[in-house]
Structure formats: C-alpha cells, structure tokens
Ligand binder design. Structure first.
Ligand SMILES: Nc1ncnc2c1ncn2[C@@H]1O[C@H](COP(=O)(O)OP(=O)(O)OP(=O)(O)O)[C@@H](O)[C@H]1O
Length: 262
C-alpha cells in the first residue's frame, strides 16, 4: 500500500504513542463504525463494497462477520484493521478516530492496537525467527514490555510450549496459525482481526486455533473474524451480517441461539 496520501488527511498530531485518552483506550467498545461507506473505483465502474454500515465491536468477545461472497466482509475487516480508510463515515479503534489518519499514522495505531491475521498461516510469520522470537518481536513492535516468562506462558496456553525454538517451517499449519494468534494478542491490543482464519486448516487444527481465540478473548481482546465456516460461527459471541454491502438483520445461524447481533 502506498503511503502517499491526498491532501487533507491528518498526520498523527503527536509523535508519541497513539493511544487515546486512557479511559476510552481501555474501556468502551474495541472498535466502532458509524455509517461507513467504502467504494472501489476501477477503469469502468465504481463498486460500493460497504454502504452506511454501523456497528460496535465489544471487547472480550468473538464477533463473526458473515454474508455471501462479495457482501463486503473483507472490506469491513480491512477498515477495522486500519489497513484501508472509508470514503465516508467514522471508524474508531480503542476510542480513537482513525478514518482521517494518513497511512503512517494508521500504521502506528495498527502496530499498537490491532493485529491482522492472514488466511495463510505462514504469511503471518517471519520465516527465520523461532516461535519465542516471533512473539518477542510482536511485543516490541507494539511497544509492550513482555518478559521471557510471559512469552513462555503464552506459548504454553496456545499448546506451543514444546515448539518455542522452532521456526515456521518446522511447525504445522495449525501451529503456525496459533503462533500468529500469540503474536496477535501479545501486548494487549484492542483488536485481533482475521479474515477466514480456518480456510487453510484441517478440522483438528481449525478447532485448536478457534479454541485458543475463544479463550484469549476472555482476557479482554476483541476478535473479529470473517468466515463461512460453521466451526467459526460456533465460537461467536455475536454476529454482523452483511449483504450487498449493507448490514442486515440476523438470519438464523448455527449458533444464533447463543450469539447475538452486535
Ligand atoms: N480492490 C478492489 N477493486 C474493485 N472492487 C473490489 C476490490 N475489492 C473488493 N471489491 C469488490 O467489493 C465488493 C466486496 O468485496 P469483499 O472482498 O469485501 O467481499 P467479501 O464478502 O469479503 O467476499 P468473499 O467472501 O468472496 O471474500 C465485491 O463486489 C468486490 O468485487
């Protein structure tokens, strides 16, 4: 993505950590969208991927974004992860408005408050670092002081205690994705965003990754996942349904009896 910004987008005003005021950074929803519009312009047409979508992502919960192919799920996740910016509307992460920030400021906020997990487990990791070093680097980039004990504990919780000195090619796909989750949650970001996190995993590996996400969410971080996978829906505390770029009421889902619409 280019860092070149059209005029009018704000630099981060302070060259300091991008935390909002302590109260809104650590309380309230992890993220909020208000009447968000996202369009893509091609040579021949303008596609409206999101049309006035509003929602709140609660902390300490797993929110699953569902909808047919092309309904805008990835577009929404990219806005929440501060990778893209909406054409209109407001996006707040950890209480801070991010829609007006330029690429550099968004990148800094992302480092501290958001983790984005790619579908392919290997793409979330550096090939030459072992599991311990991956988590330490993620913490360092987030500006968090995390001791060796905490890294070891986190790897243990994710079932990677015996893999601490393994590099990604020595790990299975499921282990790689759990390591990516460890890197995502270390240093207490507000939000971990994952687009189709089980798409590349077999059933057993998917279930372990999802169980880890569900358990870690209880610690306070918000997980936002997009998926068509019933196993992902089964761990949802709430759903956001999209159709043709619009937020729609919840149709029946496998776990609609438990998860609410947020
Ligand atoms: N870079 C782009 N340029 C043009 N159109 C795009 C671009 N990215 C997405 N779109 C269009 O925006 C709409 C929403 O796409 P998006 O990828 O957000 O949907 P999705 O629900 O994640 O789909 P899927 O489940 O197939 O991954 C679609 O019509 C898509 O073709």
């Amino acid at each position: 993505m280019s860092d070149t910004e059209p005029a009018g987008y704000a630099e981060d005003p302070l060259d300091a950590p991008v935390f909002a005021a302590a109260d809104s950074a650590t309380t309230g929803p992890a993220a909020v969208c208000r009447s968000v519009v996202k369009t893509y312009r091609t040579a021949t047409e303008t596609v409206t991927a999101l049309d006035r979508v509003s929602l709140e992502i609660p902390r300490a919960q797993v929110t699953v974004v569902v909808g047919p192919s092309g309904s805008g799920k990835s577009s929404l996740l990219r806005l929440l992860a501060c990778i893209d910016r909406p054409d209109a509307g407001e996006v707040l992460v950890a209480g801070r408005r991010v829609d007006g920030l330029n690429a550099r400021a968004r990148r800094r906020l992302r480092q501290q408050q958001v983790a984005y997990l790619f579908q392919r487990p290997g793409e979330n990791l550096l090939p030459y670092l072992d599991a311990t070093a991956q988590v330490q680097l993620a913490a360092q980039l987030r500006g968090a002081r995390v001791g060796a004990d905490q890294v070891r504990d986190l790897l243990e919780r994710l079932g990677l205690g015996g893999r601490a000195d393994h590099v990604p090619r020595q790990l299975s796909g499921g282990e790689q994705q759990r390591l990516a989750v460890a890197c995502g949650v270390v240093g207490d970001p507000a939000l971990v965003v994952a687009d189709e996190p089980t798409a590349e995993l077999d059933t057993a590996a998917a279930e372990r990754v999802l169980a880890a996400m569900q358990e870690l969410a209880r610690g306070g971080v918000a997980f936002v996942l997009s998926s068509h996978d019933p196993r992902v829906m089964a761990i949802a505390d709430g759903f956001v349904h999209l159709d043709h770029g619009e937020r729609t009421p919840s149709p029946p889902t496998p776990r609609s009896a438990r998860g609410g619409t947020l």
